[in-house]
Design a protein around this ligand. Structure first.
Ligand SMILES: [Zn+2]
Ligand SMILES: [Zn+2]
Length: 347
């Protein structure tokens, strides 16, 4: 089959690789209908070092159809349409039983070499092998199109976990730092949690326009203080979600939060440390948290919200391209000219 493989030096190539098959009784094989290209993929290409060997099949966001199941798979069968999650997890251990699948000792993250644990071939391919299929996959109603469902694998649960962990509630004024795909999903999630206003701080005009279209208020970073001041009688935001990561976005988050407010960072840090403004954090009694996301824990509630159109992530999709054009697609993702890029793969 064809698959998008890491080719070294920050590049990808579509190569011919071995077809996946069931290797363990709890596996399934899925023929991929649509796979997402994610910011995480771009991070991996440049920061994966020797843990991402050339030839690694990339991709961790996919929708498709089950073509093969192991003998121990009980909830899915051949022909079922499914959405994956970016990780697989056993579903049985102490962490999994709490819903904390990310901490499962059997966790593997698709298409990332050994960066997040033992390697597992990715889903930017015609087909993908899925361990622990009963836990890692969910049956997908035909009514949910692939360009919405694919967000359930990673980007939407990541933004949703940020809003939930931050405790966004009815009437809150929320600032989201960064209008990339995760920031836009955080905005949608905060609105679903009852936020009165979600201001998306974003320097790129096209991304601010998407924020507006999705029910938020897109604003340039230097206008946030004024705008949030107007919305809150000068108090500042109840909740700030940093969807970028790194020093400057976190500092912007501290600047935007009100006293006794909550800051949650869902962006990948750019360095090992951050100088916490502890005087202000103590004086203002701030709550600070960090979130990676729980695609398996939150899948049922997000399937319900996407299925009833209360959340429609599809306006974030800027490009749908055939799998064999993945090289060009990755270049567009890297230069920022696309926002969410989907590869139409398997059929
Ligand atoms: Zn992703
Ligand atoms: Zn587990």
């Amino acid at each position: 089959m064809r698959a998008v493989c890491f080719a070294g030096d920050g590049r990808v190539e579509v190569r011919s690789v071995r077809d996946p098959h069931v290797e363990s009784p709890t596996d399934a094989v899925v023929r991929v209908e649509v796979a997402g290209v994610c910011g995480t993929d771009l991070h991996l290409l440049h920061d994966g070092d020797d843990r991402l060997p050339a030839g690694t099949v990339l991709g961790h966001e996919f929708v498709g159809e089950v073509t093969e199941v192991g003998a121990a798979v009980t909830t899915l069968g051949v022909g079922d349409r499914v959405v994956g999650s970016d990780i697989v997890a056993c579903g049985l251990c102490w962490w999994c039983r709490r819903g904390d699948h990310w901490e499962c000792r059997e966790r593997r993250f698709f298409g990332s070499g050994a960066v997040f644990g033992p390697a597992l071939d990715g889903a930017q391919a015609e087909a993908v092998r899925v361990p622990f299929a009963d836990v890692s996959l969910a049956a997908l109603p035909d009514a949910i199109p692939a360009d919405r469902a694919v967000f359930l694998a990673d980007v939407l649960p990541t933004g949703y976990a940020a809003a939930r962990r931050a405790g966004v509630g009815p009437g809150d004024v929320v600032v989201v730092v960064g209008g990339g795909p995760v920031g836009q999903m955080a905005s949608l999630a905060a609105q679903t949690c009852g936020a009165a206003a979600v201001v998306v701080s974003e320097p790129i005009p096209g991304r601010r326009a998407v924020a507006d279209r999705l029910g938020g208020i897109g604003a340039p970073p230097d206008d946030i203080e004024r705008l949030v001041g107007e919305l809150t009688e000068g108090r500042g935001a109840d909740v700030v979600i940093d969807a970028v990561g790194g020093d400057a976005p976190l500092r912007a988050a501290f600047a935007a939060a009100r006293r006794r407010g909550t800051i949650v960072s869902v962006g990948v840090p750019r360095g090992p440390e951050f100088a916490l403004p502890v005087d202000a954090a103590f004086r203002d009694e701030l709550t600070l948290g960090f979130v990676i996301g729980d695609p398996i824990r939150h899948r049922d509630e997000l399937l319900a919200l996407v299925g009833t159109d209360l959340i429609d992530p599809s306006p974030v999709v800027t490009d749908v391209v055939p799998l064999q054009q993945a090289g060009e697609a990755y270049r567009r993702a890297e230069d920022g000219s696309s926002m969410k890029l989907l590869l139409a793969g398997g059929r």
